[in-house]
Write a protein that binds this ligand. Structure first.
Ligand code: R5P
Length: 314
């Protein structure tokens, strides 16, 4: 089966291809001088992407990658739909090969605007999900902040998770005694890691005052002398992790690690976190100096699930 990507997602796409014994094709994606996007499907891969369902690996972050993803989906849809004749009349149109255009999203941008926090706001995560769903036949998304936003779309969606691999990695490098979720929202992900490696689990209660200020409800944890790994879906400013780390160190934790699927590390977060933590670990869903866990196995599990649906059976 073909898996395709712009050059920047080649690593993840190739790793999935290797695990699934698929073929990876690189697509053209670049920027015009005015920063508008340009994409193209090389002609030599037309046959391959028309022969079977095709998986596009592409992020929807930052904003210009939403446009790039949509343009790539449209170009793939045209080729699969047989619309390949150019403006000079070169290349005759072919038959439509039908359903089978699948989008695999390592990091789904806008995921945190998952509700209408104040009247007058859009539910941005759902808005983006709906647009994507209009341009493909199925979606696989890695550790999305709130899975609910991907429900009730017009195409099937399957969540992929890197938590088992994050667990394996933490065991190998830190052997944690306790896995901690920094808030209620990450309980599902963090407890999956704890379960996977068979270790103790707890969580904190967090209140976000604004984008840069958060408050944790004090909680007495039995962490004296323990190695603790905080597991979250994403680290952005690092505020959540730093607050949790302060509390853990105050209560005697011997080492604190932080692991996440999506390492955004905005505004110097990594430098600040490095001063206070004993280890910072993320997957490769976004490029960053701490991307040490491959998301390919998580994607592989989810893609197998999606491809077993009747729509995509060959
Ligand atoms: C929020 O609920 C998320 O799960 C993360 O905890 C949060 O987005 C991390 O953001 P920051 O690093 O800016 O605290």
């Amino acid at each position: 089966m073909p898996i395709v990507s712009a050059p920047k997602y080649e690593k993840i796409a190739r790793e999935i291809a290797t695990e699934m014994n698929w073929k990876h094709h690189q697509l053209e994606a670049r920027r015009f001088p005015d920063d508008e996007g340009y994409v193209r499907i090389p002609e030599e891969v037309f046959d391959s992407i028309r022969s079977e369902p095709v998986i596009l690996v592409s992020n929807t972050y930052p904003d210009n990658n939403i446009v790039e993803t949509l343009l790539l989906l449209n170009a793939l849809k045209d080729v699969r739909g047989g619309q390949i004749e150019d403006f000079r009349g070169i290349g005759e149109d072919l038959a439509d090969v039908g359903l089978g255009l699948i989008l695999a999203v390592p990091y789904f941008g806008y995921a945190r605007q998952d509700k209408r926090f104040q009247r007058g706001e859009p539910v941005s995560a759902y808005s983006i999900a709906r647009i994507l769903a209009q341009h493909c036949d199925g979606i696989v998304v890695l550790d999305i902040h709130e899975e609910k936003v991907m429900q009730s779309l017009e195409v099937p969606v399957i969540g992929a998770s890197a938590m088992p691999e994050i667990g394996q990695h933490l065991m190998a490098v830190a052997s944690p005694d306790l896995i901690l979720s920094p808030d209620k929202g990450a309980i599902g992900l963090a407890s999956a890691v704890a379960e996977h490696i068979g270790c103790e689990f707890s969580y904190l209660e967090k209140r976000r005052i604004d984008a840069h200020t958060i408050e944790h409800t004090p909680k007495n944890l039995d962490v004296n002398g323990k190695v603790v790994a905080i597991v979250d879906d994403m680290i952005s400013t690092g505020g959540t992790i730093r607050k949790a780390t302060e509390a853990l160190k105050r209560q005697g934790a011997s080492a604190v690690h932080a692991a996440c699927t999506h390492g955004l590390f905005t505004g110097g977060a990594l430098t600040r976190l490095e001063k206070e933590l004993d280890g910072i670990h993320s997957t490769d869903s976004l490029e960053n100096p701490r991307s040490v866990v491959s998301s390919a196995t998580g994607f592989t599990r989810a893609l197998k699930g999606l491809l077993s649906l009747d729509d995509f059976k060959q």
